[in-house]
Design a protein around this ligand. Structure first.
Ligand SMILES: Cc1cc2nc3c(=O)[nH]c(=O)nc-3n(C[C@H](O)[C@H](O)[C@H](O)COP(=O)(O)O)c2cc1C
Length: 332
C-alpha cells in the first residue's frame, strides 16, 4: 500500500454496520476500524494487528518507527497505547468485555475479547462518539481556562497503575517548559536526519496537508534552517495554553509507555467531549538530557515524563488527518 492510499474516508464509520452475528474475528476487525483512528507521532500509524477469533495481538512496526525522532521507542509505544485505548472503548461500546496482557517483548499487547458481556463501562459513555470526532489542535487555544469538572474528569481517567497525570497552569512553570521546548526545537531542527524524517511524513501528506502544501512543507523542513522559527512558535503555544499536561511513570519499559498512551488518548477524548482538544509536543522528551530538566519542573509522583501535551479549546475547528485503510495493518 502506497502513500496515495492515505485517506480521510476511514473516519466515516457507520456503527450500525457492526456485524453482530458474524464470527468473532470479523467483529474484532470491525472494532479495529476505530483503533486506527488513534493519534500517532508524525501520524506514522506504527501498528499492526494479528486477529485470531477474539484474540488481537498489537505489534509495533519497525518500518514506520521514527528512527531519528524516537530512538528510544517512547513515542512508538505511546502511539500503540492510543490505538489500544480506542480498541477497548469500541469493544465496550459493542458489548464486549476484554482482558489486556502487556508484555515487554515482540508482541507488546494482546487484547482478548469476550463477547456478550453485560458489564457496564467504567468510562464516560460519550467517549466512543469522540473517537471519530477527535483531532489534534496544532494551533493556539482560546484564552479560556479548563473548568473544575473537566479537570476532575481528566484526573479520574487515570486508571492504569504507575501512570500519573500532572496538570500545570501556573505561568512560571509553563514559562520553564516553554524555554525547554524552544531549546529542544533548535537542537532537533539542527539534525539533518530529524528534518529529513519529518519532511518525509509531511511530504506524503500524513499530516493532512494538500499535495502542494505537503511538498512545500517537506522542502522547507528538509532544507531550510527553521529551528528558530519553530522554537518561537512552540514556545508561544506553550506559554499561552490554558494547561500543560504531563504523563509520567516510574518504569520505562514498553508496558509503561503503552499504558501512558492509553491514558493520553482517554484524556484527548475527554477534552473532545468537552469541546476541547489536546496537542502533544514531543521534542523535549526526544532529548534524553532534557527529559530530566522537564522532570525537575514537575511535582508529581512519577519520575519519568512520557508524554507532554497542551490542553484547551481550539480557536478553529480542526480537520481530520488521513489514515491508511485497515487492510494495511492486518497481518496473518
Ligand atoms: C506519541 C505522540 C507524539 C506526538 N508528538 C507530536 C509533536 O511533537 N508535535 C505535534 O505537533 N504533534 C504531535 N503528535 C500529534 C500527531 O502529529 C497527530 O496525532 C497525527 O498527525 C494524527 O493527527 P490527529 O491526532 O489529528 O488524528 C503526537 C502524537 C503522538 C501520539
Amino acid at each position: 500500500m502506497e502513500e496515495r492510499d492515505l485517506t480521510t474516508d476511514v473516519w466515516r464509520i457507520d456503527a450500525e454496520e457492526f456485524p453482530a452475528d458474524a464470527p468473532l474475528a470479523e467483529r474484532a476487525r470491525f472494532l479495529l476500524r476505530y483503533a486506527i483512528l488513534a493519534p500517532s507521532s508524525h501520524n506514522s500509524q506504527p501498528w499492526e494487528f494479528v486477529v485470531e477469533d477474539g484474540r488481537i495481538e498489537i505489534h509495533a512496526v519497525e518500518e514506520r518507527w521514527l528512527e531519528a525522532a524516537d530512538p528510544d521507542n517512547r513515542e512508538l509505544y505511546v502511539s500503540l497505547g492510543c490505538a489500544v485505548e480506542n480498541l477497548c472503548i469500541a469493544a465496550e461500546q459493542f458489548g464486549f468485555d476484554f482482558e489486556i496482557a502487556y508484555h515487554d517483548d515482540a508482541v507488546p499487547v494482546v487484547v482478548m475479547l469476550r463477547p456478550d458481556s453485560d458489564t457496564s463501562s467504567h468510562r464516560p459513555p460519550d467517549l466512543f462518539a469522540q473517537i471519530t470526532d477527535r483531532s489534534t489542535n496544532h494551533q493556539l487555544f482560546r484564552d479560556e481556562s479548563l473548568g473544575d469538572s473537566v479537570r476532575d474528569e481528566l484526573r479520574d481517567c487515570v486508571l492504569e497503575d504507575d501512570v500519573t497525570l500532572e496538570l500545570i497552569d501556573d505561568s512560571e512553570r509553563k514559562g520553564s517548559i516553554a524555554a525547554l521546548q524552544a531549546e529542544a526545537d533548535r537542537l532537533q531542527m539542527d539534525h539533518p536526519d530529524y528534518r529529513e524524517e519529518l519532511g518525509y511524513w509531511m511530504g506524503i501528506g500524513a499530516l493532512g496537508d494538500s499535495w502542494l502544501k505537503a511538498r512545500i512543507g517537506q522542502a522547507v523542513v528538509t532544507h531550510l534552517d527553521i529551528g528558530d522559527r519553530e522554537a518561537k512558535k512552540n514556545s508561544k503555544l506553550i506559554q499561552s495554553t490554558p494547561v500543560v499536561g504531563v504523563l509520567t511513570t516510574n518504569s520505562d519499559d514498553p508496558s509503561a509507555r503503552v499504558k501512558t498512551g492509553r491514558v493520553f488518548e482517554r484524556a484527548a477524548l475527554i477534552m473532545s467531549s468537552n469541546g476541547g482538544a489536546v496537542h502533544p509536543m514531543s521534542q523535549i522528551l526526544e532529548r534524553p538530557e532534557m527529559r530530566e530538566d522537564l522532570a525537575s519542573v514537575l511535582d508529581g509522583d512519577g519520575e519519568l515524563p512520557q508524554q507532554l501535551f497542551r490542553l484547551g479549546y481550539p480557536q478553529e475547528e480542526q480537520g481530520h488527518t488521513p489514515r491508511w485503510p485497515l487492510e494495511k495493518f492486518l497481518v496473518e
